[in-house]
Design a protein around this ligand. Structure first.
Ligand code: GLU
Length: 506
């Protein structure tokens, strides 16, 4: 068989916000496609109209736009294998349903939900399969005449795949190796429902993967149980030769305990499990998102890439280009990946360090504005440079660096108690005059002059510097004090010192 050009798809169902695990699935597909010079396709699997949630598709598109992971083909992009919404492909599926029926590989079943329920009561562990199907109401037990009559009378029916018993079905999974299942454990799954004239997930998924020439199906572990059925469907449709390779990714596990990471875990433990904030249109409930929580898309990508895969050494900071180069499905783990949220913060911290001061400033300006603080962008950039090492999120700058923009309104009590000595007002007044008379207000010159003065006067350095910081910052925190005053400028710095002298009384 000639080697086919790599084509992979991300195939979400618009049934709610895209979970972060789904984002990882998409990312792995993306990395794989880029590495092989292949195509990355977005297909929306929306055949189940009862589970449709408004806004979910837009949410998916916005997520990948934010992350900067672009599709080559599919919803929102177009391409020559469309349409890419399954709901627009009804006629296509019908043809294959008919083919399976004609070839005797599938059959029509009329059993009503009540009839099925009765069987379940009668037979424990009832399964619609080779051992039971001949006792049911279907085209294998009814005459062709009767079947026609029922359909003409408008009776609802489903089409089921006819699974042959006693066969070994082998799924060759890139991550899990050969997974063998005995066909007798499989049931005759419904492929099509007359009620909505739509195929079920299984049939639509296989038909589309085939017609869209998908070469690799990379998806979450929850789909592994469906894989044997999918293999049988490829066979039944005569497409075994072009069957895609499967790769089922490990589950994402809760940070505490062993269960699967759920949408409730995030807000329970204080971190997002959705890429963007999501307001559930039905319940009105809001779930936090990585974007709104201040994560940089690059950090999210790096963090997710390492949840279930590693490059084979202990390198953790990997750019998208490096990920594309190094990614390897065979190196994905089989066991679940524990979601380590602290690590997520660490990644964000690292990526903030890689940003230029100007980039950080442009992200921080809107946060400042919202708080009613006006400041020139150059100054915000300088603050970013002084403070970025101390933050995990851009928004933390507000708290960590507010003194650069707003004079303290109050002074930390504990520090006042400890650092404000009897002679402090007098010393700070001297300091204010000294600073006021400096013509060179650079941090270096201030430091030289102030320290020279302290030494020459025989003052105690610690006492003065602590009180100095308290008067300018309001708290015992912040970077080098002279960097702060240099940035604030002479007038503002002196004003703050004088105000503290006036206000602080012990
Ligand atoms: N529509 C399925 C989902 O929502 C697709 C699974 C697959 O990739 O085959 O995840």
């Amino acid at each position: 068989m000639p080697k086919r050009k790599v084509r992979v798809r991300f195939a979400p169902s618009p049934t709610g916000a895209l979970h972060i695990g789904g984002v990882r699935t998409a990312l792995y597909n993306y990395l794989f496609a880029r590495q092989h010079g292949g195509k990355f396709i977005l297909r929306i699997e929306d055949t189940d109209s009862t589970r449709f949630v408004p806004g979910a598709e837009e949410y998916i598109l916005e997520t990948f736009q934010w992350l900067g992971l672009s599709f080559d083909e599919g919803v929102g992009v177009g391409g020559d294998h469309g349409p890419y919404h399954q709901s627009e492909r009804r006629e296509i599926y019908k043809k294959y349903v008919d083919q399976l029926l004609q070839e005797g590989k599938a059959y029509i079943a009329f059993d009503t939900p009540e009839e099925l329920e009765a069987k379940r009561k009668e037979i424990s562990n009832f399964q619609y399969d080779a051992s039971t199907r001949m006792g049911m109401r279907n085209s294998l037990t009814l005459s062709a005449e009767e079947v026609k009559k029922l359909i003409a009378a408008g009776d609802q029916y489903v089409v089921r795949i006819k699974i042959a018993p006693g066969e070994e079905v082998v799924v060759n999974d890139i991550i899990r190796g050969e997974v063998t299942i005995h066909s007798s454990v499989l049931d005759d799954k419904v492929l099509y429902k007359s009620a909505d004239q739509l195929p079920t997930y299984h049939l639509a998924n296989i038909v589309d993967d085939h017609l869209m020439e998908i070469t690799h199906v990379i998806r979450g572990e929850e789909w592994l149980p469906s894989a044997p059925l999918h293999v049988l469907l490829y066979r039944a449709l005569g497409w075994e030769d072009t069957m895609p390779r499967f790769a089922h990714l490990p589950l994402l596990l809760k940070p505490d305990g062993n269960g699967k990471l759920s949408k409730r875990d995030g807000d329970r433990l204080g971190f997002p499990v959705f890429p963007l904030e999501w307001k559930d249109p039905k319940s009105g409930e809001t779930f936090s998102g990585y974007r709104e929580s201040g994560y940089l898309p690059e950090a999210v990508i790096n963090f997710l890439a390492l949840l279930g895969w590693n490059p084979g050494n202990d390198q953790e900071l990997l750019s998208l280009d490096e990920l594309i180069k190094l990614f390897d499905l065979a190196r994905c783990s089989r066991s679940g990946a524990k979601f380590d949220f602290e690590k997520g913060k660490w990644f964000n911290h690292q990526y903030i360090q890689q940003q230029s001061n100007e980039e950080i400033a442009s992200l921080f300006m809107p946060v400042l504005k919202e708080k009613g603080v006006e400041a020139p962008v150059e100054r915000v950039a300088t603050v970013a440079g002084l403070m970025k090492e101390r933050i995990n999120f851009i928004s933390e700058l507000l708290d960590a660096a507010s003194f650069f923009f707003v004079a303290p309104e109050s002074y930390d009590e504990k520090t006042v108690k400890k650092r404000w000595k009897e002679d402090t007002p007098e010393r700070l007044t001297e300091l204010a005059s000294l600073l006021e008379n400096l013509s060179d207000f650079s941090a270096e010159n201030q430091e030289k002059e102030v320290k020279g003065w302290i030494e020459a006067s025989g003052y105690y350095l610690g006492n003065i510097m602590n009180a100095f910081r308290l008067s300018v910052v309001g708290e015992p925190k912040g970077p080098h004090i002279f960097d702060i005053t240099a940035l604030l400028g002479k007038e503002e710095s002196v004003k703050r010192i004088r105000k503290a002298v006036e206000v602080i009384r012990k």
